[in-house]
Design a protein around this ligand. Structure first.
Ligand code: ADP
Ligand code: ADP
Length: 228
């Protein structure tokens, strides 16, 4: 069975100027360990799709199945990364990364061990006691990634994660994410408006059409691209 099945998902908003069909019968699967990008122009429904897969809002029609269970609300089996980081400003780097483990009741010593491991994975060892306000954008996103990975989620779901950093940092973060993906074997679903980024990162790209919230095509990139 696929790790994620997006099955005929539609979303209709009752906007102030009448109804908006943000998604119209979107279907695709993500296999275990696959890196899939969803790409499309602004307004094509990417954020709406992200929010539905994450269980942050309901679909109007169709369904999303994650590890065999229908998504009907926020799931702890998901690691979420947003463009604007959404770190807890009152918590240190370690406090942010350890948040999910605290929620799960993991004992302090084990939690600290896991946090150290994760900070090493994202290249932030030494920043345990730093607060988010003292970090660059790229570093904040590394913290957000470590926090998302902390609870060992079945799916890492990322929405334009590198959209707010400069070009050089973006390239670095992309390379680091590919390394982390190979090292951890995580399943990644990554939303971007940047076609070049999608082709660089993904095994498969789900290309969305501008109107009306449909998938235009699903493209295999892996075959033509050398790995490692
Ligand atoms: P993208 O992330 O690809 O830019 P969105 O998912 O944000 O696209 O939006 C898809 C369409 O749905 C757009 O026309 C947008 O204006 C509309 N939309 C998104 N959220 C809402 C909402 N809460 N209410 C009404 N319309 C919305
Ligand atoms: P993006 O940069 O992803 O395209 P937007 O600026 O379009 O995001 O939207 C920001 C937020 O507002 C999102 O949560 C989106 O769902 C919501 N939104 C977008 N369009 C509308 C709309 N027409 N009415 C209400 N909310 C909307």
């Amino acid at each position: 069975a696929p790790r994620v099945r997006v099955d005929g998902v539609g979303k209709r908003y009752e906007g102030s100027n009448g109804p908006v069909q943000a998604l119209d019968g979107v279907s695709f699967d993500v296999a275990d360990g696959e890196f899939v990008c969803i790409v499309g122009p602004s307004g094509c429904g990417k954020t709406t799709l992200f929010r539905i897969i994450a269980g942050l809002e309901p679909a109007t029609t169709g369904r999303v199945v994650l590890d065999g269970d229908r998504v009907d609300g926020p799931s702890t089996d998901l690691g979420l990364v947003f463009q604007e980081y959404h770190l807890f400003p009152w918590r240190t780097v370690a406090g942010n990364v350890g948040f999910g483990l605290e929620q799960e009741g993991v004992a302090t010593a084990e939690r600290e061990r896991r946090v150290d491991e994760l900070l090493e994975l994202v290249g932030l060892d030494g920043f345990v006691d730093t607060y988010p306000r003292d970090l660059s954008g790229g570093m904040k996103q590394r913290v957000a990634l470590a926090r998302a990975l902390a609870v060992d989620p079945g799916l890492l779901l990322m929405d334009e994660p590198f959209g707010a950093v400069d070009a050089q940092t973006k390239k670095m973060l992309q390379d680091e994410l590919l390394d982390i993906w190979r090292e951890t074997g995580k399943t990644i679903l990554f939303v971007t408006h940047d076609v070049e980024e999608a082709v660089k990162l993904a095994d498969r790209v789900v290309v969305m059409a501008k109107e009306p919230g449909r998938v235009r095509e699903v493209v295999d990139v892996g075959i033509e691209r050398p790995r490692e």
